[in-house]
Write a protein that binds this ligand. Structure first.
Ligand code: AKG
Ligand code: FE2
Length: 264
């Protein structure tokens, strides 16, 4: 059972009690304008710094994909595991107003579990309908909360996030691990696109079904994601990254000829 709103101790922080109540009821909450234009411009500059760095084994993890618009072109799909290698992004994740907000949502001190930037450049693929917890996360903790930070305008045209709508908050998997949610499993709910502007954020738990479409527009759509768990479930970051590095390493660390399949 999820904690009811009534039993929750409210920590002070940037999120209002209305926002926390919305999260408790539905498993997610949008918070428009959490960051100023100046803050997003600084974060965007940090992302540019990461992108400009050489890909070297043992540093941040870069993954590529072929462009759907120009299959000969290789795009950066995402960068993960960068906080240990970037002081500004690490401070944002672990010692900031945003971090405090995640403590409010998770109702206590949190550990950063993982982080990534999904670039979704023009030609970038979408994400099939899934619950984040389906990606084997139950091995690490029973519940996570992710905060999405919008860096570029995310629109229907460039593949903004889409959330399950009209469901009471889920506290279980509705589909098997490691495969997208199918149409039968999705019959109980509708999907709503969530267009966002730079500076908007959204908090969502690891059970809410979500998806996004490919970007067939001319505009890139960068979204930054930090995922946390309550400290009562331990600091699982190293365990997760050791496992992922073995099963789905960054492109620069891949053995030639080996096949690695991205599943959810
Ligand atoms: O970037 C997106 O559109 C969604 C990404 C997502 O849900 C994920 O990577 O788990
Ligand atoms: Fe996801």
């Amino acid at each position: 059972m999820m904690q009811s709103a009534a039993s929750r101790t409210r920590l002070d922080g940037p999120l209002t009690s209305d926002a926390l109540t919305h999260f408790d009821r539905t498993g997610w909450v949008p918070v428009p304008g959490f960051f100023s234009a100046a803050e997003i411009s600084e974060i965007s500059g940090w992302i540019d710094e990461l992108l400009a760095r050489p890909e070297v084994p043992g540093t941040h993890w870069v993954y590529h994909q072929p462009s759907l618009l120009d299959p000969g072109r290789r795009l950066v799909q995402r960068i993960e595991n960068f906080c240990p290698h970037h002081a500004g992004l690490d401070t944002l994740a672990r010692r900031s107003r945003l971090h405090r907000a995640t403590e409010q949502v998770l109702d206590g001190p949190v550990f950063l579990f993982k982080e990534k930037i999904n670039f979704k450049e023009p030609g970038g693929a979408g994400f099939e309908l899934h619950q984040d917890q389906q990606a084997g996360w139950s091995r690490y903790a029973p519940l996570f909360v992710t905060v999405m930070v919008c860096i570029d305008p995310a629109t229907i045209e460039n593949g903004c996030l889409e959330m399950a709508d009209g469901l009471p908050r889920l506290d279980r998997l509705i589909a098997d691990e490691w495969r997208p949610v199918n149409d039968t499993e999705a019959a109980e709910f509708a999907m709503s696109p969530i267009p966002t502007q730079p500076g908007d954020v959204a908090f969502f738990d690891s059970f809410i079904p979500h998806a996004s479409k490919a970007n067939l527009s001319a505009d890139q759509r960068r979204l930054l994601f930090f995922t946390y768990n309550n400290q009562i479930h331990g600091d699982r970051r190293d365990h997760y990254h050791t496992d992922k590095r073995a099963s789905f390493p960054p492109d620069i660390e891949r053995a030639s000829g080996a096949e690695y399949k991205f599943r959810v």
